[in-house]
Design a protein around this ligand. Sequence first.
Ligand SMILES: [Fe+2]
Length: 376
Amino acid sequence: MKDDLFCPINIEFVTKNELEEVLLSYNEGSSISLIVSKDMSKWLKLTNVIDGMASRYDFTWLDENYANPTHIDVINGVKKIGTKPEKLICIGGGSAIDLGKGISALFDYISSGNDVPDDVSEYIQARGYADNANTIPIIAIPTTAGTGSEVTKWATIWDTVSGKKLSVDMNALYPAQSLVCTELTMTAPKKLMVSTALDAMSHAMESFWAKQTNPLIQDIAMMAVSKIHKYLPLAVQKPDDYYIRSQLCRASILAGVAFSNTRTTASHSISYPMTMMFGVDHGFAVILTIAQIAKINMSALPEIAELLAIFESDGGLQEWLDKVTDDIQTLRLSAFGIEDDDIDKLVEASFTAGRMNNNPVDISKEQVRQILSNIL
Ligand SMILES: [Fe+2]
């Protein structure tokens, strides 16, 4: 299919006690850097284990909030870490893990004195890091069930100065290990739980129809969509139910494995400017257009009907989405402050290479305009 490995990651499902044991199990004196915000470490009740790590290891801690990390966050992170560590432990939603991947890929370049933001942004765009054989191994510990960053080899880094979405992307950025702990994900507020689960649903659906899909990926994707369809409404009703949340974690990993092999398509491509220009949560931004994209893609892949059949008893995919987000987030552009006049600039920025052209059906600017007008 291509030169990539299917899933070269040691994925372990652990309890919180087991997670803490792993975090304190490395050799004494190991040089370890941790990425998790101070606030999150308190919510997750990880303060004691972090104190233990600080006394056991040669330890640095990037403890700020890193939502949607930028190239400047990567530069500052490398400088704060100082000496290259043996491991980078990243605890958080997609953002902490993405920042870790950015630091891993660019550590040597930035620590050699290349710390001018514009130069770093250009270096990322030119994939100057691609031959780096000395990336830092990443231990990824997700705190949400959805982004899939713990099982992919790429990360989104935002250049907010020039308004560009950058990505680092190479086999060496697959995490060495992913530790999936349901208890950590249970601290996510309900709205974040829903948006991240919908991100996972979008990963699964887009991997089902991506140009590089195959029958195995489609089966994995179907399983992920079925689980989210079954368990997300239950999790909204009972957010403290461990079993239900563990099923969302499993669905998220399945979706992550699926799209790590195919990449995403039109819905993710159209979502990026919504997030960049209007701050729309990633999960809501991608799911806003998924039902329309599914319909368009059915002309190329009739088997999408099987995927949509999961939602038959709900009246359809869009009806299910509207129901599961009821009282949490209205899935219309206007609910995010986006107006008719904004559509042209969204359309212009909707065509991300590697995403839009990974859609099985070519989508024109006029179609994107129509898709966005339909959800105003
Ligand atoms: Fe996503």
